[in-house]
Design a protein around this ligand. Structure first.
Ligand code: FAD
Length: 474
């Protein structure tokens, strides 16, 4: 029996849980996958949007701005890398320049500070890699970048350090009223009770709402494909460079990541049931669109590609509020800028739910999460000290990203612990470098077996039936 059950361990659910722990309430996160950050929160651009895109007066605009303003502090508290690198919207020609003026006006109306139109010369001086065809730009100094899965994992970890619980592999498929409470059933037969349910199920939010008898909104899905380039190409741009937006969205951007790579994408693909595979034509499409705004992208330095699925709502805005069904709160249709907005949505929902439950403040709550040691970021002196304290930090497992045995063991033992190869990768970057795990994955595989007592056939890439050895059969 919990006070609050949060359905979905993406960035929205993570921040709801984190901020709920400021109150004396018991909280459980119910996540269908075998790890948190399994949906859109793991595969997106990682941009902390300044807030000039969303239509004025919408929840998107309001939460975007608040989330942007909270992000620096939240990342400092959670030990997550964040960089306010500024965003540039690059216009090519007079028609697009007129759209910049509209974006500026909208941004100012939304409350975004420091927006500035740049002439052709100013734009090229600010970002020398802009393509020749760029004739003007909108500069937003408050745009930033963050690691989206790092943020989600850290927010869940901080919630758990403060007493929240996480149940993975819990796919909510049914619910029944029990007095004033809800009994929630998982596909596998488990059940929990909760006084309040918060629906943060991303692409599954419509299905989860229907479980409670709420069919008031539809969730659609659109795929976004990306190319990720090695660090050797990462310093091409210092700002996040967008094209002018279109009806299909914000367009293909070019940006450094907080870890020094270069990210190019996303596409926007309508599919009946979108998955996270890349279409054959995606690479050429991304390269062609990116070349309009940035030149000199070293596509030969590409190390991987991936795709994420946007879940948009037929109401064309975030749905954040009480459902028409008693005891159920909705955070649905959280498409972009949902990553940016997550801290603001989380604190808002936590306050609403705590008020409903008449919960008292939790004086013992700590917003601080101790950042696990990161060997590649240490000075030589810090490394020597770390190795003297724990020799496991003296053994490199992932050569490309310089990840040590100590960091991998920490990822298996720190809340929320990794149980899969991808879980270790998202927490430590082991397998994210140039060789994409060619050297380190067998070692990580063995560590998972040793730590959890798994048989080799039981180790998965990302939970479910993604068995590494048997390829899906067990
Ligand atoms: C291509 C792309 C690019 C984007 N770029 C940006 C960006 O640069 N900046 C930005 O601010 N935003 C961006 N976004 C938006 C942002 O990624 C999302 O808004 C955000 O991640 C949504 O988080 P969420 O927690 O609501 O959903 P998700 O991360 O999808 O999490 C939902 C979770 O619910 C779980 N779930 C579903 N059904 C059930 C069930 N029945 N029972 C239990 N669990 C369930 C899922 O497994 C999943 O883990 C982008 C999105 C995409 C797809």
């Amino acid at each position: 029996m919990y006070d609050v059950a949060i359905v979905g361990g993406g960035v929205t659910g993570a921040f709801c849980a984190r901020f709920l722990m400021r109150y004396k309430v018991s909280v459980v996160i119910l996540e269908a996958s075998d790890d948190v950050a399994a949906g859109a929160s793991a595969a997106n651009s990682g941009i902390v949007h300044a807030g000039f895109d969303a239509a004025s007066g919408t929840l998107k605009a309001a939460f975007n701005l608040r989330g942007n303003r909270m992000m620096q502090r939240v990342c400092a508290e959670l030990g997550v890398k964040y960089l306010e690198n500024g965003s540039i919207v690059a216009a090519c020609g007079a028609d697009e320049e007129r759209m910049l003026a509209d974006l500026l006006a909208r941004g100012e109306k939304n409350g975004v500070e420091g927006l500035r139109l740049l002439s052709e010369e100013e734009a090229h001086a600010t970002e020398p890699a802009l393509a020749d065809g760029v004739t003007g730009a909108l500069f937003a100094p408050s745009g930033g970048i963050v690691c989206p899965y790092g943020l989600t994992i850290a927010a869940v970890g901080n919630a758990m350090d403060n007493g929240a619980e996480l149940l993975c592999g819990f796919t909510l498929t049914a619910a029944e009223r029990s007095g004033e409470d809800w009994r929630l059933f998982s596909e596998d037969g488990r059940s929990v009770m909760a006084r309040v349910v918060v629906n943060c199920a991303g692409a599954g939010a419509e299905r989860v709402a229907r479980v409670f008898g709420d069919d008031s909104f539809r969730i659609g899905a659109r795929k976004g494909e990306y190319i990720l380039l090695d660090r050797t190409a990462g310093s091409l741009v210092t700002h996040t460079v967008f094209p002018v937006p279109s009806a299909a969205g914000k367009g293909v951007l070019v940006s450094p990541t907080v870890d020094g790579n270069l990210i190019v994408g996303p596409t926007s693909v309508e599919e009946e049931t979108p998955d996270v595979s890349l279409r054959r034509e995606a690479f050429a499409e991304i390269a062609e669109k990116a070349a309009h705004i940035v030149e000199g992208i070293a596509f030969g330095e590409m190390i991987t590609s991936f795709a994420g699925v946007r879940s948009y709502c037929d109401r064309h805005d975030f749905i954040v509020g009480w459902s028409r069904v008693a005891g159920v709160y909705l955070a649905a249709g959280i498409e972009s800028p949902g990553l940016t907005s997550a801290p603001a949505i989380g604190v808002y929902i936590a306050d609403m739910v705590a008020e409903k439950l008449a919960a008292e403040r939790n004086e013992a709550y700590s917003p601080i999460r101790r950042k696990p040691p990161v060997f590649r970021e240490m000075t030589d002196a810090e490394r020597a000290e770390m190795i003297a304290r724990d020799p496991a930090y003296g053994r490199i497992v992932c050569r490309c990203e310089q990840v040590t045995l100590g960091e991998i063991l920490s990822a298996l033992r720190t809340q929320p612990p990794a149980h899969t190869l991808d879980g270790v990768k998202l927490r430590t970057r082991a397998g994210m470098g140039r060789c994409q795990g060619g050297f380190c994955q067998p070692a990580v595989f063995n560590l998972l077996m040793r730590e959890y007592g798994y048989r080799a056939e039981e180790v998965t890439k990302k939970g479910g039936r993604s068995y590494v050895i048997t390829g899906g059969e067990l």
